[in-house]
Design a protein around this ligand. Structure first.
Ligand code: NAD
Ligand code: WQD
Length: 334
């Protein structure tokens, strides 16, 4: 298939481009580089030994998108482009709603005009809000989000559901990611957060290489086995492979489908720290701090639907994730 990848130089997009090229799909990346860099394209070419067409385009730029889509006929769009920092979204809600929602609307309008009615969308487990129990399956109701970022995901899902209802020619996979971490084994691509990381694993890797003094563990009084928060961490390469498998929804014209992409296992913050220390033989100093506002105690997937319908399941262990995250941090530093 010829696939338009928005946000393809970002963390998850770049890993997905590798897996798409490995399966001989044709890929065109667009990204405005607001949270990634052009060097990712070079590194993708090194990893895959293939040319990777890249265009610096903002998805809100209708004219530029129209030019691209009128010249190339895309079979499918995998839509990663978006802003994703939870804290920042509370400071700058209008920027998040404009970039994520308006951006998606412009993209959909152009795809529609050029007869590309196939889309895979990066959604998030955040749309479940605070679930009534774990593991979470796709029949769980969407919940109340605690930040504008989360609402953009929830609202875009609704937009896509309405679009499919109005025009069943659309085939759409809504993929709800749990907590992606890890990096490509080559150490050439990985997550590159700006400033102080919000997420657990990039913070741990920065402590591991001495960039930061210690990790703050946000709360040890949750109703979880050791009191610290429990999440479903998934290796980004497994997540990327999930997108290739989700192309089945497009190939078989299955309409709108929703899948959790997680491992099905929950690990606590303390388990992540201990595993990281063990596999990388490095100490992670930490201090217990109060709970972080908006956090929930536990969140992990029932990933059976993706296994049964797409034949996908995550293969990498928490050990692999810790090893590959550290390897990426070391490469980034040198
Ligand atoms: P990322 O920031 O690394 O990648 C997103 C890419 O989109 C970046 O390269 C950025 O430059 C680009 N971008 C942003 N706005 C754009 C615009 N208007 N036009 C063109 N390009 C634009 O983030 P990621 O972790 O790779 O996340 C990819 C997608 O998955 C996002 O939509 C994110 O919300 C979603 N998601 C991420 C996580 C996570 O924990 N990383 C979890 C669930 C869902
Ligand atoms: C994981 C656990 C923290 C940092 C966020 C978004 C979500 C999704 C993924 C996009 C929690 C604890 C963290 C630290 C800590 N993104 N923690 N010290 O909050 O599950 O999800 O990223 O869709 O929408 O909300 O991930 O990595 O921030 O936190 O103790 O310095 O680690 O309290 O229990 P989270 P996270």
């Amino acid at each position: 298939m010829k696939i338009l990848v928005t946000g393809g130089t970002g963390f998850i997009g770049s890993h997905t481009v590798v897996e798409l090229l490995n399966q001989n799909h044709e890929v065109v990346i667009i990204d405005n580089l607001c949270n990634s860099s052009k060097t990712v394209v070079k590194n993708l070419e090194k990893i895959t030994n293939k040319k990777v067409p890249f265009f610096n385009i903002d998805i809100r730029n209708k004219k530029a998108l129209e030019e691209l889509c009128s010249e190339s006929k895309f079979d499918c769009c995998i839509h990663f482009a978006g802003l994703k920092a939870v804290g920042e979204s509370c400071q700058k809600p209008l920027e998040y709603y404009d970039n994520n929602i308006n951006g998606t609307l412009v993209l959909l309008e152009v795809l529609n005009k050029y007869n590309c009615h196939n889309l895979i969308f990066s959604s998030s487990a955040t749309v479940y809000g605070n679930p009534k129990s774990n593991p979470i399956d796709e029949t769980f109701p969407k919940g109340t989000c605690t930040n504008p970022y989360g609402w953009t995901k929830s609202m875009i899902e609704q937009i896509l559901i309405d679009l499919h209802t109005a025009n069943p020619d659309w085939n759409i996979a809504l993929l709800r990611y749990f907590n992606p971490i890890g990096a490509h084994k080559s150490g050439l691509i990985g997550e590159n957060p700006n400033g102080v990381p919000n997420n657990l694993m990039p913070y741990i890797t920065q402590v591991a290489v001495g960039m930061r003094k210690e990790l703050s563990v946000f709360g040890n009084d949750y109703d979880t086995p050791d009191g610290t928060g429990v999440r479903d961490y998934i290796h980004v390469v497994d997540l990327a492979k999930g997108h290739v498998k989700a192309l089945k929804v497009i190939e078989k014209k299955q309409g709108l489908k929703i899948y959790n992409l997680g491992t099905g296992h929950g690990y606590s913050v303390m388990q992540v720290i201990k595993t990281f220390e063990k596999v990388n033989n490095v100490k992670i100093p930490y201090q217990i701090k109060p709970r972080r506002s908006g956090d929930i105690a536990a969140c992990y997937a029932n990933a059976q639907k993706a296994f049964k319908e797409l034949g996908w399941k995550a293969e990498n262990t928490l050990e692999d994730m810790c090893r590959d995250s550290y390897n990426w941090e070391i490469h980034k530093k040198n």
